[in-house]
Design a protein around this ligand. Structure first.
Ligand code: ADP
Ligand code: TYD
Length: 205
């Protein structure tokens, strides 16, 4: 059985960059590594990506339910699911997981934290990660990186103030799951040099 590692952080916090470096490090040690992300590229994920792109304005409860539906398929699909890769001995590195649902949807004032928490934590089809690493980067820095990196600004990337609110949400969620659900969560300073961060992540993995 492989290990299930989740990398979380604000948009633009450096998750993809760090995941690629972690993959290379683990593979150079002879490990089999499978990298994946949420939302997925499958049907529900494609619907979510349209909502995130701003072309389909949807209620926050509906978003939370869709992210969960996408996640259940992501874990259980017999061909491409996370569980299948873990069973085959792969280390699975996942860019976002239910921590994002609790932070982005659950802590939104229009939504219901307990409901989002219960349906994710209480879903017996989902797997509890072995490790969650949160890359902590200042919201203003993330916003600059997002703006200089691409033209299409998504639903949750509108302003540094919005990102700051989401970071606060993450802090509440990570504290809750660490202290009340026994999650193995590490918060890393993601504002440093790429290679310094990468070494620290590898030490925790
Ligand atoms: P995410 O996947 O979290 O959106 P990315 O890995 O795509 O983040 O990084 C967003 C941008 O920031 C990219 O242009 C990337 O090259 C840059 N970047 C990533 N990590 C760092 C870092 N530690 N310092 C400076 N720039 C970084
Ligand atoms: P993504 O392309 O992964 O953003 P980035 O690579 O910049 O981090 O987009 C995912 C977006 O979806 C991101 O804004 C966070 C959001 N999201 C949720 O709102 N809830 C969720 O459960 C998940 C998995 C993602």
């Amino acid at each position: 059985m492989g290990r299930f590692i989740v990398i979380e952080g604000l948009d633009g916090s450096g998750k993809s960059s760090q995941i690629e470096l972690l993959k290379q490090s683990l593979e150079s040690r002879g490990e089999k590594v499978h990298v994946t992300h949420e939302p997925t590229s499958y049907e529900t994920g494609a619907y979510l990506n349209r909502i995130l792109a701003g072309s389909d304005d949807k209620d926050i409860h509906l978003q939370a339910a869709l992210f969960l539906a996408d996640r259940i398929e992501h874990v259980t699909n017999p061909e491409f699911g996370i569980k299948k890769y873990l069973d085959d001995g792969y280390t699975v590195i996942c860019d976002r997981y239910y921590y994002s649902s609790l932070a982005y949807q659950g802590t939104d004032p229009e939504c219901d934290y307990e409901w989002v928490r219960n349906m994710n934590m209480g879903c017996s089809k989902l797997l509890k990660p072995d490790l969650c690493i949160f890359l902590d980067v200042k919201p203003e820095v993330c916003k600059d990186r997002i703006d200089s990196g691409r033209d299409n600004i998504e639903l949750y990337e509108q302003s540094a103030a919005q990102l700051s609110g989401i970071r606060d949400g993450f802090m509440t969620v990570l504290d809750d799951l660490k202290n009340n659900c026994g999650h193995n969560i590490v918060i890393i300073d993601g504002g440093r040099d790429i290679d310094v961060i990468s070494k620290e992540i590898l030490s925790y993995v």
